[in-house]
Design a protein around this ligand. Structure first.
Ligand code: PLI
Length: 460
């Protein structure tokens, strides 16, 4: 090995383009005010580079578009369902599949099927919609992620890991019969897209099995997690991402999936399990809330695109270029000394708003402010992942106060080129240069559920 840098490039070329619109500073100042300083409320046509989310923003391949023409739009028994079912069985290994319109549809069904009021659901950090559905079904969510995950400067290679002691303490405190399952997210979105090690998954499964507790995977970004295991965990360097993914799933009893991420589609999801009784309950409920059990709120063509996307997603060169794009942006920001979460995660760069805007207290929404300011500065849209996203404790009504106050620059899959990342890094750096001028926000409208989507703010 000479140690010489070998350049890499995306394993695809561009066939269709969508023009981007540039706006003026004045137009953006007006747009963000109209949007109540919430980037979710901007019109997408007022956005230049859209790093709001990697959810449903994927560019599909020519094979997926061709697959859309193969949609079997039968109400019952569509052939695309059977194709998707076979792909899930092959790559994730679960026996039974229920399609849903997206991830939260799957979370809704699983929570209703498995949780009784008064139960507890441990998880490796919360995700907004996941915790919402667990709480709506009557459970108390308990964070059992390792402490390093809450530390923006810890360089732990598997910051998504479950703290087995915290999990065991919960079992001892409330009793295993009050814990229907542990929710294991791979990667952990709110921690910065951080992975879970295979070793940790094995140990979680062993502890859960000992107490008769199921392990339910949030497989939304599991392919990204498998890639990190291949890159970082001893014994996996020579295994394919597909092999690693299958092993990961083998330590779980089922999964919810938002196909809008890893699976390279714009809509779709599923819940898959190995246990017939749970499947039966899910299949009973899907017809009430989503659609028949062979389409779950999707068109046949959507299931076909998801089945093809699933196969593309596990190709090593797909996932390696995906994560390397994120790393590329990370390197540019690192050179400029911008504070962000390290190690770089699988789907996004998370700016550390507490260190970016140390003068703004958490009650004045530093991350919300930073996301709004970045838009005004550059037309780049990002997302708050801090106190606004964390919401309120359902019992006390108090604000959750997360240690992490972050702005997520989320990279859609197969959509942007390195030149776009250069532009984004340039503008983040510009903003950082005059960071001391920033002033916080006050919330003037707070929706009842998942407030970050629609809350409105005014400048202090
Ligand atoms: O947006 P859905 O309903 O398809 O999926 C919900 C969901 C579940 N789990 C995880 C880890 C997610 O990241 C997730 C959705 N994430 C969004 C929308 C995001 O912007 O990160």
């Amino acid at each position: 090995m000479s140690g010489k840098y070998i350049p890499w490039a995306e394993p695809y070329k561009i066939k269709v383009v969508e023009p981007l619109k540039m706006t003026t500073l004045e137009e953006r100042k007006h747009a963000i005010k109209e949007a109540g300083f919430n980037t979710f409320l901007l019109r997408s046509e007022d956005v230049y580079i859209d790093f709001l989310t990697d959810s449903g923003t994927n560019a599909m391949s020519d094979a997926q578009w061709a697959g859309m023409m193969m949609g079997d739009e039968a109400y019952a028994g569509s052939k695309n369902f059977y194709r998707l079912e076979a792909a899930v069985q092959k790559y994730y290994g679960y026996k039974y599949l229920v399609p849903t319109h997206q991830g939260r549809g799957a979370e809704h069904l699983l929570s209703q099927a498995m949780i009784k009021p008064g139960d507890y659901v441990p998880g490796n950090m919360y995700f907004t919609t996941t915790r919402f559905h667990q709480e709506k079904a009557g459970a108390t969510f308990v964070d059992v992620i390792i402490d390093e995950a809450h530390d923006s400067q810890s360089l732990h290679p598997f910051k998504g890991n479950i703290d087995l002691q915290k999990f065991e303490d919960l079992i001892n405190r409330v009793g295993a019969d009050k814990i229907p399952y542990i929710c294991l997210a791979v990667t952990v979105n709110m921690a910065g897209g951080q992975p879970v090690s295979m070793e940790n998954m094995k140990q979680v499964k062993a502890l859960a099995d000992k107490h008769g507790i199921k392990v339910m995977l949030d497989a939304t970004r599991g392919v990204e997690n498998a890639y990190f295991i291949q890159q970082r965990e001893e014994g996996y360097a020579n295994k394919s991402v597909a092999e690693i993914l299958l092993e990961m799933a083998s330590y779980t009893d089922g999964a919810t999936m938002s196909g809008k991420k890893d699976l390279l589609v714009n809509i779709g999801g599923f819940v898959a399990v190995n246990d017939w009784d749970i499947f039966e309950e899910l299949r009973n409920m899907v017809v009430v809330y989503e659609g028949l059990h062979t389409y779950g709120g999707l068109a046949g063509r959507d299931m076909e695109a998801m089945a093809i996307g699933l196969e593309e997603s596990v190709q090593d060169q797909n996932i390696s270029s995906r994560v390397r794009q994120v790393e590329y942006l990370g390197k540019l920001l690192e050179k400029a000394d911008i504070p962000f979460i390290k190690p770089v995660g699988g789907h996004a760069i998370f700016l550390d708003a507490k260190r970016f805007y140390p003068q703004i207290p958490q009650e004045e929404y530093p991350a919300q402010t930073l996301a709004a300011d970045l838009y005004v500065e550059s037309g780049v849209r990002a997302m708050e992942r801090g106190i606004v996203s964390a919401g309120r404790d359902v019992k006390t009504g108090e604000n959750h106060k997360p240690k992490l106050e972050l702005v997520r620059l989320t990279i859609p899959r197969r959509v942007y080129t390195q030149a776009h990342f250069d532009v984004v890094a340039y503008w983040v750096e510009e903003l950082y240069h005059h960071r001391e001028k920033a002033k916080g926000l006050k919330m003037v409208y707070e929706p009842k559920y998942l407030r970050f989507f629609q809350a409105r703010f005014e400048r202090l």
